[in-house]
Design a binder for this molecule. Structure first.
Ligand code: ADP
Ligand code: MG
Length: 139
C-alpha cells in the first residue's frame, strides 16, 4: 500500500461549532500525519472554482454560499491509503446515513452542513492540494 496525500476541509459549520480540534484529533488518532494546514475564508469565486465539478447540480449554488459563509480549515493529510481511509473516517455524505463513530455522524447536522470535505480520488487529491497549497507549504 502506498503513502498518499489527500485534501481535507473542516467546513464552516464545524469551525463555527468549535469542534475543529476534535476533528483534527480524530485524524491524528487514526494515523494521519498532518503535513500542511491553514485557516482561510473562501471567496464565492474560490468556492465555485473548487467545486466546479458540481456546477450542473441543483445544490451547487447553496453549496458554494455555504462554503464561503465562514472560515474553513484546510489540511493535507498523509497516510497509507489516505484517500479511502479519510472517506471512511468522514462517513457518508448525508450524516443521517453515516456510521456511528464517523466525523459526519458525530459533527454533521445535514447533507448541506456535513462538517468535512475529503478528496475522492488520487486525481482530485492532486488538484485540490495544489488549489490550496504550494509545494513549499507542505512538510
Ligand atoms: P462528498 O462531500 O461526500 O464527496 P459530493 O462530492 O457528492 O459529496 O458533494 C459535495 C458536497 O455537496 C457534499 O459534501 C454536500 O455538502 C453537498 N451535497 C451533495 N449532495 C447534496 C444534495 N443532494 N443536497 C444538498 N447538498 C448536497
Ligand atoms: Mg466529493
Amino acid at each position: 500500500m502506498m503513502i498518499l496525500k489527500t485534501l481535507s476541509i473542516i467546513k464552516p459549520d464545524a469551525v463555527k461549532k468549535g469542534v475543529s480540534g476534535n476533528i483534527i484529533s480524530m485524524f491524528e488518532s487514526n494515523g494521519f500525519n498532518i503535513v500542511a494546514m491553514k485557516k482561510i475564508h473562501l471567496s464565492k469565486k474560490q468556492a465555485e472554482e473548487f467545486y466546479k465539478e458540481h456546477s450542473a447540480r441543483p445544490f451547487y449554488g447553496d453549496l458554494c454560499d455555504f462554503m464561503c459563509s465562514g472560515p474553513v480549515i484546510v489540511q493535507v493529510l498523509e497516510r497509507e491509503n489516505s484517500i479511502k481511509a479519510n472517506r471512511d473516517l468522514m462517513g457518508a455524505t448525508n450524516p443521517s446515513e453515516s456510521d456511528n463513530g464517523t466525523i459526519r455522524k458525530m459533527y454533521g447536522d445535514s447533507i448541506d452542513n456535513n462538517a468535512v470535505h475529503g478528496s475522492d480520488s488520487e486525481e482530485s487529491a492532486n488538484r485540490e492540494i495544489s488549489f490550496f497549497f504550494s509545494d513549499l507549504e507542505i512538510c
